[in-house]
Write a protein that binds this ligand. Structure first.
Ligand code: TRH
Length: 383
């Protein structure tokens, strides 16, 4: 049965990944599928970093075809009754307001209730994807929808025009010049260009030293935030947007945190991307360039298994073993496992990693995109 409307509930735990994923999904459902989307967010300030037009004082507003509402996820907080849409998503296991659950249970056509989970490359994801969990009291069933890197998962978010947009950007010196102008960057001819988005990272100083002392000029662009603050400490001078500092063969520049669409362009325009969390990690795949992932740290090092599962999938994608080994070693070091990062070993493998990432992202496209997979999944479950 067709579905036409969605409620997406998002709580911002910290950082930008939760709202980053929900905003991307909401826009895609509205713009590519023509569906009505209500996005419920508890923190418009974080949201406005990704979408600067957001009015942080408005409890309701419409942006990019999406109705954006604020909500308070505290269990005791009031929630004004609304008629639930065809699908109700609780993103990352945030708790739906009780009055909404009651309205869902009372509806003639029960909404499809989805818990959109965090991304993982681990093998168990395919077994748990699409699992149903009947509500203990209400006549409702919740389904677990897992993004993932394998068949049998929900796949990865990817807008239908993304590949064409990237190709057009790479073909257009004018579009690239616009990006550099927006970021206040003067591209350095012949330098290896890197973007560096990371959490505070004990391995960063060792890498910066290797770039400084290396034989290849490196132009490192650091978005405002944790890594820029840490790099400022290493430089001995705060790193402010627009400022550029040179140390040996390393030129470091802090760049403004840009809207989500423009972050993609930065990834496309760099030779290697350092990313973090979940959403920038996925975007770096679609940039088809070598990438280093600083995974979101979890208690008891639970993220280590996620990281190794991801590295394992890349190593089995057809990339040459030496390149995969260099990436694994460097990524382990970058995430605090063992030794210092070995930039020279990684750099030697950059050509092989570039073709390896390009091959892998083509393979990943065969999973279909998460939004379309979710639409098909829900259409098969609406009663
Ligand atoms: O900000 P994050 O560290 O978010 C994290 C992770 O998602 C993590 O998995 C989750 O558990 C935790 O939040 C609560 O990293 P992530 O996921 O890469 O999100 C960053 C978002 O910011 C992404 O949508 C891209 C966007 N972005 C911009 O829009 N402009 C920029 O300039 C930059 C650097 C990023």
């Amino acid at each position: 049965m067709p579905i036409r409307s969605w409620d997406i509930f998002c709580t911002v735990i910290d950082n930008f990944g939760d709202i980053g994923v929900c905003w991307r999904l909401a826009r895609q459902l509205a713009q590519e599928h023509g569906h009505a989307v209500r996005l419920w967010v508890d923190d418009l300030t974080s949201f406005s970093r990704l979408a600067p037009e957001i009015d942080v004082t408005a409890t309701r507003q419409r942006l990019a075809g999406v109705d954006v509402h604020t909500w308070d996820p505290k269990p005791e907080a009031p929630f004004e009754p609304v008629t639930p849409h065809d699908v109700v998503i609780e993103a990352f296991a945030c708790h739906l307001p009780e009055p909404l659950q009651a309205a869902m249970a009372a509806a003639d056509r029960k909404p499809v209730w989805i818990n959109l989970e965090y991304l993982s490359a681990e093998a168990w994801v395919s077994e748990h994807h699409a699992m149903a969990s009947p509500h203990s009291r209400l006549p409702l069933t919740k389904y677990f929808f897992f993004p993932g890197f394998a068949h049998g998962t929900g796949g990865l978010l990817r807008e239908s025009m993304l590949g064409a947009s990237r190709a057009a950007f790479l073909d257009s010196p004018a579009a690239q010049a616009t990006l550099w102008h927006r970021l206040g960057v003067e591209p350095i001819a012949g330098a290896l260009r890197t973007s560096l988005f990371a959490y505070s990272n004990p391995a960063l100083p060792a890498l910066l030293e290797q770039w400084r002392d290396g034989t290849t000029p490196v132009q490192c662009l650091v978005p405002q935030g944790l890594a820029a603050t840490q790099a400022g400490g290493w430089l001995g001078a705060p790193l402010q947007p627009g400022e550029s500092h040179q140390r040996g063969n390393l030129t470091m520049q802090c760049i403004p945190f840009v809207r989500q669409e423009h972050y993609d362009e930065l990834l496309w325009a760099c030779d290697i991307n350092f990313v973090r969390g979940e959403d920038s990690c996925v975007r770096a795949h679609w940039a088809a360039k070598p990438m280093i992932w600083h995974i979101y740290p979890q208690d008891d090092h639970a993220h280590r298994e996620k990281l190794d599962a991801w590295l394992g999938r890349f190593s089995r994608s057809g990339v040459v073993p030496e390149a995969s080994a260099a990436l694994t070693n460097f990524t382990h070091a970058w995430n605090g496992y063992g030794h210092a990062p070995d930039w020279a070993a990684l750099q030697a493998q950059l050509p092989a990693l570039t073709s390896g990432m390009d091959r892998w992202q083509r393979q990943l496209q065969h999973l279909g995109d998460l939004a379309a997979n979710l639409v098909a999944f829900c259409e098969n479950r609406v009663k």
